[in-house]
Design a protein around this ligand. Structure first.
Ligand SMILES: [Zn+2]
Length: 359
C-alpha cells in the first residue's frame, strides 16, 4: 500500500494525452463515444493539483444517470467551499453517465447499468467502453475515491456511506466522511467501487436522498463529507468533523407490503425502530380495511418508498439491523446532546417529502 502510494507520487498525471502539472487546474473533456451523427461524446473532468505532491482522490457522480446529486455536490464544492489544496490532486467527474443525465435515465442507451460494467473493456459494449475510459483515465490513477448515489426511483435514503470495511483504506475513508451510518459490504459485481477496490484504489459510495433532485441537506453533507476526507488525508487544513454517533451496519432487510393498498407512513428515514413497532398502515382505498406493517427486527430506517400505493411484495422500508442495546445507547447519547444536530435536521428534511402520520 505504502509502496503503491510512493509510486503514485512519482507518476506524472496524464489524462487523455494531456499532462497536468503540479499547481495546475484543468478542465478536460474525456471522449467516451460517438453520436449517431459521428460527433464526439465526452464527459467533463476537472483536475485540481496542488503545488505539492500528495494523495490523488477522485469524486464521481451520476454513474446512474438519474442520480444527479453528485452534480450538485461537485458544484457546491467547486463554486463555494473547496479551499486551496495544500497537497495532492482532486479529480472531479460529476456526470459519468452523460447519456443517462440527458435522458433522465438510470441506464445507458444500450439498456445496460453502467454500475455493473466496471472495470470495462475497450472492445466491449458501449457501456463497457465508457466504464473502461473512466477506469483507466481517472480511477486507476488515483489513491482513493468517492462515488455519489441516491436511492432508486420512488425511494429515498437516509444518507449512508457504503464500503468494504475489511479494506483498511475504505474503512478510513468511510469513518472520516462523517456519516452516522456506514453500511459494510463490497458492493455488486461490476460496480465502480468494487472494481476500484480490487484495483487497489479504496473507494466508498454515498447513498443519499432521491433521484432527479438537488436536496439541500444531501448536498451539504456530501460537500462536508468530501472536505472531511480531504482533511483526513491532509490535503486541506483542519480535522474531520465527527457525527454525533457512528455505527457500522452489517445486515439490512426489506420490509414489504403483503397486500395491495394505500399507505400511511408512521416513521421517517433515519428513525430508530424496535421489533413489533408499527411502521405503516396499509388501507383499502376508502379505509374500510386496514392492516399494520410492523418491524420484524430492531434497527434504523435506512430508506423507504416515497410511493404510497403498494401491491403485495412491494418494498416499503429498508431496515438497517442494529441491536436494541446499540439503539438504546445511541438514543441516550442523542438525548444528552442539547445543541441542534444535523442528524435531526436531515431526518426532518427527508420527511417533508412524504406524509408521516403519527399513529
Ligand atoms: Zn446508484
Amino acid at each position: 500500500m505504502e509502496r503503491r502510494r510512493k509510486d503514485a507520487k512519482r507518476r506524472a498525471l496524464t489524462i487523455h494525452g494531456e499532462r497536468i502539472a503540479l499547481g495546475e487546474t484543468r478542465d478536460l473533456y474525456l471522449p467516451i463515444s460517438e453520436s449517431y451523427l459521428g460527433r464526439s461524446i465526452s464527459i467533463p473532468v476537472r483536475v485540481i493539483r496542488a503545488k505539492k505532491q500528495g494523495p490523488r482522490v477522485f469524486i464521481t457522480g451520476t454513474v446512474h444517470g438519474d442520480e444527479i446529486s453528485g452534480v450538485g455536490i461537485v458544484r457546491e464544492l467547486l463554486f463555494e467551499r473547496l479551499p486551496e489544496l495544500e497537497c495532492g490532486t482532486l479529480i472531479c467527474v460529476p456526470a459519468v453517465n452523460v447519456y443517462g443525465l440527458e435522458s433522465h435515465s438510470r441506464y445507458l442507451p444500450d439498456r445496460r447499468d453502467l454500475n455493473r460494467c466496471f472495470p470495462g473493456s475497450a472492445s466491449g459494449s458501449l457501456s463497457s467502453r465508457l466504464a473502461d475510459v473512466v477506469f483507466r483515465s481517472v480511477i486507476k490513477q488515483c489513491d482513493y475515491g468517492i462515488d455519489f448515489h441516491t436511492a432508486a426511483v420512488r425511494r429515498t435514503n437516509y444518507p449512508n456511506v457504503r464500503g468494504d470495511m475489511r479494506d483498511p483504506g475504505v474503512s478510513m475513508l468511510a469513518k472520516a466522511f462523517g456519516m452516522e451510518l456506514i453500511v459494510n459490504g463490497a458492493g455488486p459485481s461490476g460496480s465502480l467501487r468494487r472494481s476500484a477496490c480490487k484495483a487497489g484504489v479504496p473507494t466508498i459510495i454515498l447513498e443519499a436522498g432521491e433521484v432527479w433532485k438537488f436536496e439541500p441537506g444531501v448536498l451539504e453533507l456530501g460537500v462536508r463529507g468530501v472536505l472531511n476526507v480531504l482533511r483526513k488525508l491532509h490535503m486541506i487544513a483542519g480535522v474531520p468533523e465527527r457525527p454525533l454517533f457512528q455505527v457500522t451496519v452489517n445486515k439490512t432487510t426489506w420490509v414489504r407490503a403483503e397486500h395491495g393498498g394505500i399507505l400511511r407512513f408512521h416513521v421517517r428515514p433515519g428513525e430508530f425502530v424496535r421489533k413489533g413497532d408499527y411502521l405503516a398502515t396499509n388501507y383499502s382505498i376508502f379505509g374500510r380495511e386496514h392492516r399494520e406493517i410492523r418491524a420484524e427486527s430492531d434497527g434504523i430506517i435506512l430508506g423507504m418508498t416515497t410511493m404510497p400505493a403498494v401491491s403485495p411484495g412491494a418494498p416499503v422500508f429498508h431496515l438497517a439491523l442494529q441491536s436494541a442495546r446499540t439503539l438504546n445507547r445511541i438514543e441516550k447519547e442523542l438525548a444528552a446532546n442539547k445543541a441542534p444536530s444535523s442528524f435531526d435536521a436531515m431526518r426532518e428534511d427527508l420527511a417533508t417529502n412524504v406524509s408521516i402520520i403519527n399513529r
